[in-house]
Design a protein around this ligand. Structure first.
Ligand code: NAG
Ligand code: NAG
Ligand code: NAG
Length: 347
């Protein structure tokens, strides 16, 4: 322990740690229980630093056995405090979010629920973590869903106009594009590409807008022509073309299926169909035997947007349940709580 404190003081007396500036608000001394801070003043000027360390069995509320906090215009960059060594700091969870405790740390036994970002899903349906003896022993992992897409490929003579700086796009994501000057596509409708089954649709290609009859060749390839010329209408599982115009087909999905991708399909002069949509099953299957917190009750099917209360295995009483909901084919669930807790918004 002596060497520990010696190290601490060496750090403290390192010159240049404390530099004052009087223009902005000073900070008052933090009330540090179970630890000590250096320098020990009544007020600290703006931008000055404070070092603190904690007694045995406690630790600072940030990483490391000693910590620095900076006075920023009347407020400490983090509130210097000593917490029980068995408490946990907020975990790092790649590709996920969780409700961050405003205190900045978690007591032993506290539970957090982790939600994966769009395009990612929980590995092994494992969504919660419990703070145990200062650590998070089994942190849920969010892995990329196989239906997600990477950045879209470059499209000739096209510019994506609502590009977001993200690496993974969930299935069904749409991006709008425009053609460069002097280029155009058939049809007036918005030009979009869609992420379907892990790949982007091709979109209607941008071709030179001055393509007249005299300059056929490549430029005319993607002009749409009568739908009879492309042969059999494209097959879309669980969907059918419902509005058949001379130059386009419009697809609709059966009940409980959602159309993802371009609803309108055209026939190109080269005899190929344009991108075809898919009809996606938006219902969810919940196998209650695979959730350790639930009482086994077979397989439950939830429709898109539906919420279902499923009974939890409680040791003492039987009135705790978890709310399962289905959003776009993805299952979301709450913790096991009782009705009062749900009413109070704790769960
Ligand atoms: C830390 O918490 C444990 C129980 O979680 C308690 O037994 C122990 O006394 C606490 N330690 C300190 C230094 O407060
Ligand atoms: C996505 O595109 C790649 C490359 O073109 C292809 O190998 C793969 O089979 C496609 N995946 C699906 C699900 O269509
Ligand atoms: C229900 O679950 C909550 C949170 O998990 C727990 O605090 C509570 O004691 C449980 N209620 C009953 C009646 O078992």
């Amino acid at each position: 322990m002596c060497t520990r404190y010696l190290g601490f003081f060496l750090l403290v007396w390192f010159p240049g740690m404390l530099h004052a500036q009087s223009a902005a608000e000073p900070c008052s001394a933090p009330s540090l229980n179970g630890g000590y801070s250096v320098p020990d003043e009544e007020t600290y000027p703006h931008e000055s630093k404070l070092l603190y360390s904690c007694d045995n069995g406690l630790k600072p509320a940030v990483e490391g056995w000693w910590a620095t906090s900076t006075c920023e215009n009347g407020k400490w960059s983090h509130d210097p405090q000593c917490i029980n060594e068995t408490s946990c700091l907020p975990p790092t969870t790649p590709n996920a979010v969780y409700n961050v405790n405003p205190e900045g740390w978690y007591e032993e036994g506290d539970k957090i629920r982790i939600k994966c970002l769009e395009g990612y899903e929980h590995k092994d349906r494992h969504a919660t973590a419990v703070c145990q003896n200062g650590a998070w022993p089994s942190l849920p992992v969010c892995e990329r869903s196989i239906e997600s897409c990477s950045e879209p490929p470059k499209m000739p003579h096209a510019v994506i106009i609502n590009m977001k700086s993200q690496e993974v796009f969930a299935e069904g994501s749409q991006l709008l594009y425009e053609c460069e000057d002097g280029f155009t596509t058939d049809g007036e409708e918005e030009k979009k590409i869609y992420c379907l089954y892990g790949n982007w649709t091709k979109g209607s290609p941008c071709r030179p807008s001055s393509s007249t009859g005299s300059n056929e060749g490549d430029s005319g390839t993607f002009q749409s022509i009568s739908v009879d010329k492309c042969g059999r209408f494209p097959l879309v599982e669980n969907g059918i073309p419902t509005e058949n115009g001379r130059l386009s087909l419009k697809y609709t999905c059966n009940d409980f299926y959602k159309l993802v991708g371009p609803p309108i399909v055209v026939c190109y002069r080269n005899g190929m169909w344009s991108d075809v949509p898919i009809c996606k099953d938006t219902s969810c299957r919940v196998d209650t035997t695979r959730y350790p917190e639930l009482k086994p009750a077979g397989i439950k099917i939830l429709r898109d947007g539906e919420t279902m209360e499923l009974a939890c295995t409680d040791v003492w009483t039987f009135d705790n349940f978890s709310k399962f909901s289905c959003k776009n084919g993805r299952v979301e669930s709450t913790e096991c709580c009782n009705r009062a807790q749900f009413r109070l918004g704790i769960c």
